[in-house]
Every structure is written in C-alpha cells, then in structure tokens.
Design a protein around this ligand. Structure first.
Ligand SMILES: *Cc1c(COP(=O)(O)O)cnc(C)c1O
Length: 317
C-alpha cells in the first residue's frame, strides 16, 4: 500500500492541528466531545481544503502547470484557499465561480479581492459549462494549466483526509468512538472514512450532508477510487460510513438548527463555526446526542473544517 506520505506533496499549512476537549459542551451533552481544529490549518483563514491542496498542487507543479483553475459557488472556501495556496507556490489561480449567492465584496469575495485573484462569475448552474469554460480560457492563455474539481474532491484531494485520519491515530491517547464531519463535495468524509478503516479501527465516521447530491453513491465511490490510488487492499461496505441529512432548506442556505449550533459553540467554547458547513454538521452532532447516540464513556471527535470566510458573508439575524 502507498501511504499518503509516499505521494508528492507541497507544504502549505501547519500540521498536526490541535485536538481539544470541549468541556462545557461535554458537560451539556453528558459525554466527551473533542474538536479537531482544522480551522487552524494556517493558510488564509484556515480550513479543510489546505490538506487536499497539498497533494493537488504538488501534482499540478509536477505536471508543469502555471495556471490552476477551480470552481464552486461565489462564496466557496475551497476556491479562496486554492487562490491563497497557488499564490504562495508561484502559480496563478483563475476562479470560475457560479454566479449565485453572495457576490458582493464580502466574505471570501473580499479575501479574493485582497489577494488580487482573477475571479470570474459565470451565470450557470451546471459545472459542465464551467469546466468547458476553463479549457477555453486555458487555451487562450497558451500556458500549461491544471483543473481542480469543485471542493478538490477527487481521489488525490481525498488523500488529504486519509492523511488526517492517520494524524488523529498518532494524536489519540484513547480511541475515539465517533468522528463527525460536514459533507459538501465528499472528499473530506470519504478520506476520513477510508482513513479510519485503515488507521482508526473501532471509530465510526459520520458525514453530515449539507448538500443534496447523492452521497450514498458518491462517498463509497470516492473511497474506492482513493483506495485504488493508494493500492490499498480493502473492500468498502456500507458499514464503513454513516450519512445524515443536515442540509435543511438547501446548500449554502442557513438552517435554524445550524445557526443555533453556531451560537452554542461560540457561547460555550469561544470557537466560531460557519452557517454553511460546520454549523449544520455540529447541529447533526447535537441531534445525535438528543437521540441518545452517545454514552457517558464515548469519545466523540468533531472535525472543525473551517469556513470563517463565509461567516462574514451572511446576515444571521
Ligand atoms: C468544503 C468544506 C466542507 C466540506 O468538505 P468536502 O470535502 O467538500 O465534503 C466542510 N467545511 C468547510 C468549511 C468547507 O469549506
């Protein structure tokens, strides 16, 4: 098997990220809740895409790319971090984003403005149009270019979260019973679920779905593809991952439960979640606790996957 450390990688962040016990929330839920601080990955305002980009941009560099394209919605944290990372390693990022949601110079749009990023908003709801546009723009520049898919969620990006599971295995002094994350494009969840199968035996991984894509098929497919890349001899079964719908009114549309979860975390622990991903994911953890899913001796690890940029693009009144 090829482990994540056997793949080309560019250092972009600060690892390992800390794991902290959330004392007040643990007391409130009568269990042990810990947080993996991937909001402190050290690039931009932090976030999960840094781990994926370490592998994706290493691949882009190796292929001689001078331009990297990526996409997402107008407030994509992934697109913002791709621009930050590309600038750091001397490549030019061109972001072709969906022209919906908040496009004012707020949140991630503000951060992209500060970095001088080439941002183009496209009036489409179909990513196929955007990938076609990337090729058109790329050909026009005459320079070698590299396309990163939405959320960086291909097998290479997913490797970043297989690696995170390995990092957790090294950090833990006692086994975590549950590992909980947000699932938006799938790479984080697929990487953690595959990584847990390889490095964290006995830890159950839960993906809190914040979009309406068919994650029942996306998750195992991405796990298998990444296992293939790693030449890992594993059979992925439905027992390897758990999914829960926390999308609410729609992707990138705040839900009352998600907003309440953002406030609980801020008030009890002084840690800021975001309304699009981590707030909804933490609301899922709170729901599971209310259903009696966690016992007093369980050890629940919540992945804080970032999203600070997006927090400043919404009105949470
Ligand atoms: C992208 C993102 C996620 C979801 O990760 P995926 O790998 O796309 O499923 C979660 N939290 C934040 C803050 C993100 O930006």
């Amino acid at each position: 098997m090829r482990k994540p450390e056997d793949f080309p990688r560019i250092s972009l962040g600060v690892f390992p990220t800390p794991i902290q016990r959330l004392n007040n929330i643990s007391e409130m839920l009568h269990t042990n809740v810990y947080i993996k601080r991937d909001d402190l990955t050290g690039l931009g305002l932090g976030g999960n895409k840094t781990r994926k980009l370490e592998f994706l941009l290493a691949d882009a560099k190796q292929r001689g790319a001078q331009i990297v394209f990526t996409t997402g919605q107008a407030q994509s944290n992934h697109a913002m971090l791709t621009a930050a990372a590309a600038g750091k390693v001397g490549m030019k990022a061109i972001l072709i984003l969906k022209k919906r949601g908040v496009t004012q110079r707020l949140g991630n749009q503000l951060l992209e403005y500060l970095m001088g990023t080439d941002v183009r908003l496209m009036d489409t709801d179909d990513y196929a149009d955007i990938y076609k546009e990337m090729d058109a723009v790329g050909e026009e520049t005459g320079l070698p270019y590299y396309k990163i898919p939405c959320g960086g969620s291909n097998a290479l990006g997913t490797l970043g979260y297989v690696d995170c599971a390995g990092e957790i295995a090294k950090q833990q002094t006692q086994r975590f019973t549950h590992l909980i994350c947000a699932e938006g494009s799938g790479g984080t969840m697929a990487g953690l679920a595959l990584g847990a199968k390889l490095f964290l035996p006995g830890t159950e991984v839960y993906g809190m779905m914040v979009d309406t894509d068919p994650f029942e098929t996306i998750t195992p497919a991405l796990m298998r593809e990444t296992a293939g890349l790693m030449e890992a001899d594993v059979t992925i079964t439905p027992e390897d991952y758990h999914l829960r719908d926390m999308c609410g009114p729609g992707y990138a549309i705040a839900s009352p439960q998600g907003n309440e979860a953002v406030r609980v975390m801020a008030e009890k622990e002084g840690i800021f979640l975001d309304p699009v991903y981590t707030g909804k994911a933490f609301a899922g953890l709170l729901e599971m606790a209310a259903e009696g899913a966690f016992g007093p001796d369980d050890r629940v690890l919540f992945l804080h996957s970032g999203g600070a940029g997006g927090l400043f693009a919404v009105d949470m009144n």
